[in-house]
Design a protein around this ligand. Structure first.
Ligand code: 13P
Length: 259
C-alpha cells in the first residue's frame, strides 16, 4: 500500500469527438448527481467545443452548483484574429472553461502538431487563465527501443521551456503512452509509475516549485484498473477517454481516486 498523497487527485474525461445535445445532457446529469458529494477529487469534463456552452450551463445551473469543472480539448495559440475555424484561450475562458488539453497524441499524429506549436499553446493557455493539461507519451516502437524516457523528456522540455516556472505551476501533465490509448492495453502500474517518477524528478530539477504538479495517467483506464494505477505514489489521477463516456464507469474511476 503506497503512502497517502498530499496532492489532490484529478480525474479528467476527454470525450474526444463523441456526443450529441441529448447525450451531453444525460451524461452530465448523471455525473452531477453522483459526484457532487465528492469534494476530494477534482473532476473535469472536456466535451467537444460545440457542446461546451451547453455543458457549462448544466454545471452552473445545478443546485448545489456542481464541483465538476470544464475543459476544452484544444485551443489556437493567438487570442483573436483571422484564423478561420479556430477557438482562442480567452474565448474558452469566457464560456467557463478552466482547463484545456494540449499536445494530445491524436493532435500530434493526425493534425501534425509540432513541439513548437504545442509550446505556443501552453503559453497561450496560461495567459488566458486556463490550466494546460499537457500530454506526453511514446509510441510502441519507441518503448521497444528503450526510448520512453528520452521521448517524454524532449516533449516536456520543448513544451515548457518558453513559459515561466511561476506560470507553469498551474500546469497539469498527462502521461499517455500512445500504445495504450484506445487499445485496451494499459501500462502496468509499475511501468506508469516509473515514467511519472521520472517526469516529477525532471520538473523538480527545473524548479522545486514544480515538484507537486499533478501528473495523470491516460491510456485505457477503466474502473477495473484505475485503483491500482492511482495508488502509485506519483500517479495523481487519470485522463480518461472511452470510459469517460459511460457514466457508471467514469463515476467508479472517480471513486477509485479517493485516497
Ligand atoms: P482511452 O481511455 O480511450 O484509451 O483514451 C485515453 C486518452 O486518449 C485520453 O486523452
Amino acid at each position: 500500500m503506497s503512502p497517502k498523497k498530499s496532492r489532490k487527485p484529478y480525474v479528467i474525461g476527454n470525450w474526444k469527438m463523441h456526443g450529441s445535445k441529448a447525450g451531453v445532457d444525460a451524461l452530465l446529469q448523471a455525473l452531477i448527481s453522483n459526484l457532487n458529494p465528492i469534494q476530494e477529487v477534482q473532476v473535469v469534463v472536456c466535451p467537444p467545443a460545440v457542446y461546451l456552452e451547453q455543458a457549462g450551463r448544466i454545471i452552473a445551473g445545478s443546485s448545489p452548483v456542481a464541483s465538476i469543472s470544464m475543459g476544452a480539448q484544444n485551443l489556437y495559440p493567438e487570442p483573436e484574429g483571422a484564423f478561420t475555424g479556430e477557438i482562442s484561450g480567452p474565448m474558452l475562458f469566457d464560456i467557463g472553461c478552466r482547463y484545456v488539453i494540449i499536445g494530445h497524441s491524436e493532435r500530434r499524429a493526425l493534425f501534425g502538431e509540432t513541439d513548437g506549436f504545442i509550446a505556443r499553446k501552453v503559453d497561450a493557455a496560461l495567459k488566458a487563465g486556463l490550466r494546460p493539461i499537457l500530454c506526453l507519451g511514446e509510441t510502441r516502437a519507441e518503448r521497444e527501443k528503450a526510448k520512453t524516457f528520452e521521448v517524454v523528456f524532449n516533449q516536456l522540455e520543448a513544451a515548457i521551456k518558453e513559459v515561466s516556472v511561476e506560470s507553469f505551476k498551474q500546469g497539469i501533465i498527462a502521461y499517455e503512452p500512445i500504445w495504450a490509448i484506445g487499445t485496451g492495453l494499459t501500462a502496468s502500474p509499475h511501468e506508469a509509475q516509473a515514467v511519472h517518477q521520472f517526469i516529477r524528478a525532471k520538473l523538480s530539477e527545473r524548479d522545486p516549485g514544480l515538484a507537486n504538479i499533478p501528473i495523470l495517467y491516460g491510456g485505457s483506464v477503466k474502473a477495473s484498473n484505475a485503483k491500482a494505477l492511482f495508488s502509485e505514489p506519483d500517479i495523481d489521477g487519470g485522463l480518461i477517454g472511452g470510459a469517460s463516456l459511460n457514466h457508471e464507469e467514469f463515476i467508479n474511476i472517480c471513486l477509485s481516486a479517493l485516497n
